[in-house]
Design a protein around this ligand. Structure first.
Ligand code: BGC
Ligand code: ZN
Length: 371
């Protein structure tokens, strides 16, 4: 079968690879789930992998099948797969896999303390930009058929989910937390999904991001009932004076200096969630005393998050269902840029690198339901 792969370490090496179709019994103990891939989203991580900035192939292979934002339909299941997953069920598989850390053993491989981490389509494990995959049912999450059209957004949604779920988890320290105002930094796919997650939890929403209006992503923020502020017109401090103080700030800009401004304007008892994977070596001058004092006197928290635990996949499914009910059609608008078929991987990479207007670029791997 066909797969889109790169040679890690070799820039612009994206190509079609011919690989054997996986077998149900590749996963032991009857826990295998054979899935026909329907759609796969791509993001900055895939771009970086193809630019040889990131990623590693599985031991024994010189190539890595890319693609981690998967969506598919179950074809066949092993004898010990729970009955929530059966042939015909739409599913999304998670990305991280356990290593040797204790956290992996308890299902929290996103909290691994190992130096090496395993992520399908990213690091040391093949991904989903192919026709079929087999996975252990522990890592496969069912979606209702009503999410057929937007299910490919689940994996990126889990980045937002984990961030906001952990913010609430952390705030149990307060005994009473009644957050009112959230600021999301960045208005790409993750920023928009964070904005959605915040609105679904009843928070007043401000999205702070570079482009000026008119801007489609700003319209999407306003459709959620949020306010969009361009960093070209206002500092984050001004935005906070106007719309804050913020109880929750979540960053998805990819621009690390903004984090220190956010730390400065974060409200008392607030939580600042960081999700940008910034591979560079940017430095920033910061108001160190002011930030430090604000954190101490204001009991603030700054927390990093890398996607994601099973609980975040499950709450992600719930939020996609709620989103379709509360903001009908909104999720569909994120699916701006379909690429027809695995063989159009060149077009996929071009859309990812050159199309400034794209929100979600995704490959239509196969059209219909069961195999
Ligand atoms: C993926 C995550 C992954 C992270 C780090 C992101 O693009 O969506 O699943 O944990 O990259 O590799
Ligand atoms: Zn990703």
């Amino acid at each position: 079968m066909k797969a889109v792969a790169v040679y890690p370490g070799k820039a612009d090496s994206v190509h079609l690879e011919d690989v054997p179709k996986p077998l149900l019994d590749d996963v032991p103990d009857g826990r295998g789930v054979l899935v026909k891939v329907l759609r796969v989203g791509v993001d900055g991580t895939d771009k970086e992998i193809n630019a040889a900035e990131y990623g590693a192939s599985p031991p024994g292979d010189d190539f890595l099948i890319i693609g981690h934002e998967n969506f598919g339909v179950v074809v066949e299941v092993g004898a010990n797969v729970p009955d929530t997953i059966c042939p015909g069920t739409y599913v999304v598989a998670s990305v991280r896999r356990p290593g040797s850390s204790l956290f992996g053993q308890i299902g929290l491989q996103d909290f691994t303390t190992d130096e090496v981490y395993y992520e399908r389509g990213i690091n040391l494990l093949h991904g989903y930009l192919t026709e079929y995959y087999v996975e252990d049912s522990d890592f496969v999450f069912p979606l209702p058929a009503s999410l057929r059209d937007v299910g490919v957004l689940l994996e990126p949604t889990t980045v937002a989910e984990k961030g906001i779920n952990h913010a609430f988890e952390i705030q149990r320290r307060l005994k009473i937390w009644q957050p009112q105002r959230a600021a999301i930094l960045g208005s790409g796919t993750i920023g928009l999904l964070m904005a959605l997650a915040a609105r679904l939890r009843g928070l007043e929403l401000t999205v702070y991001s570079l482009p000026r209006k008119p801007y489609r992503n700003a319209d999407l923020v306003e459709e959620l009932g949020g306010t969009y502020i361009s960093s070209a017109d206002h500092t984050l401090e001004e935005a906070s004076e106007e719309r804050g103080p913020f109880d929750l700030i979540m960053d998805a800009t990819g621009f690390s200096p903004i984090v220190w401004e956010a730390a400065e304007v974060l409200g008392k008892n607030g939580v600042l969630v960081l999700s940008s994977i910034t591979g560079g070596d940017r430095r920033a001058e910061i108001n160190s005393d002011k930030i430090n004092q604000g954190f101490v006197l204001g009991n603030k928290v700054m927390v990093g998050t890398v996607n994601a635990s099973p609980a975040d996949f499950r709450s992600g499914v719930d939020d996609l269902i709620k989103a379709e009910a509360v903001f009908p059609g909104w999720l569909h608008k994120l699916l701006t840029t379909p690429i027809p078929g695995l063989e159009n991987y060149d077009q996929m990479i071009r859309a990812l690198t050159d199309d400034r207007d794209a929100i979600k670029v995704y490959v239509e791997v196969a059209q219909n339901g069961a195999a």
